[in-house]
Design a protein around this ligand. Structure first.
Ligand SMILES: [Zn+2]
Length: 272
């Protein structure tokens, strides 16, 4: 592989490929991503069921698709004591490269806060036990979120996925040593403009890219699909906006974020 090809290689660190909207054409979606240079995808697990589906999907694309295993704060109200042994069983699969997505969401409070906190703490402890990185979600819960991470996280790396916050939150996360995941939110001229400045404050070795597909279709796409569904191939639009904000060539940002993602998730390089 020559350097130019390698420069275009991307890792989508957060894609909900187990989502129902991909049921009928998942193979084509994966193929389009690979063709667009998105050579590695990490499928987000949000519950025991979707984590299991992610692992099954990863097994169909060895070395290309990986999975996280975890319970989203919205789903924590469905957690029972039976969930605790299920997650490590899943997380023991070689396809699982992180614990999550887990965290706190005090914006919509779909699950009661004490439940969210309990299961967040349990998953941080699990990540430590298994020496796996953490894939984190946080909305309107910054203070409590940082407290829990500070007390429960010892050594494992962690990424805040889909960062959409303000400067003081970014600073708090960077001070905690976290990595930052940027989605197509940055391509949204209505609500993502503040990220154009903030992204410059993220060191390249802590920055990673994600689509969060099928959600968050990049609004910078010249021709957007009518159904509004996002897919991993569109990660190139997130890359382009981030590169424009940083004033760097897209290749350079691709190379750096891919290297960061591979190191973070300990994913080996595969030849095209
Ligand atoms: Zn999330």
């Amino acid at each position: 592989m020559n350097a130019a090809q390698q420069a275009h290689e991307l890792v989508d660190i957060g894609v909900n490929l187990a989502h129902g909207s991909f049921r009928s054409d998942r193979e084509q979606v994966v193929q389009r991503a690979l063709d667009a240079g998105v050579r590695t995808m990490v499928v987000t697990g949000t519950s025991v069921e979707t984590s299991r589906e992610g692992v099954e999907l990863a097994r169909q694309y060895p070395g290309r698709i990986f999975a996280t295993a975890g319970v989203h704060p919205h789903d924590s109200r469905h957690c029972t004591e039976a969930t605790v042994p299920e997650l490590p069983r899943l997380a023991g699969s070689p396809e699982v490269v992180a614990i999550g997505e887990c965290g706190l969401d005090f914006n919509r409070n779909f699950s009661p806060r004490p439940e969210q906190e309990k299961w967040f703490e349990a998953q941080v402890a699990l990540a430590e036990e298994l020496h796996l990185p953490l894939f984190l979600h946080e909305r309107d819960a910054g203070e409590r979120f940082c407290q829990i991470l500070e007390s429960a996280r010892k050594t494992v790396p962690a990424v805040i996925h889909c960062f959409t916050g303000r400067g003081e939150e970014l600073k708090a996360y960077l001070d905690l040593g976290l990595h930052i995941g940027i989605t197509g939110w940055i391509c949204d001229e209505r609500r993502g403009r503040h990220l154009h400045e903030l992204v410059k404050e993220i060191p390249l070795e802590r920055l990673m890219l994600e689509t969060d597909a099928p959600f968050l279709l990049p609004r910078t796409m010249p021709k957007r699909p009518k159904d509004g569904r996002n897919e991993p191939a569109f990660l190139t639009f997130v890359l382009q906006t981030v590169a424009d904000c940083l004033g760097k060539p897209a290749d350079e940002v691709a190379l750096a974020t891919t290297k960061t993602a591979r190191q973070f998730f300990r994913i080996k390089h595969l030849e095209a």
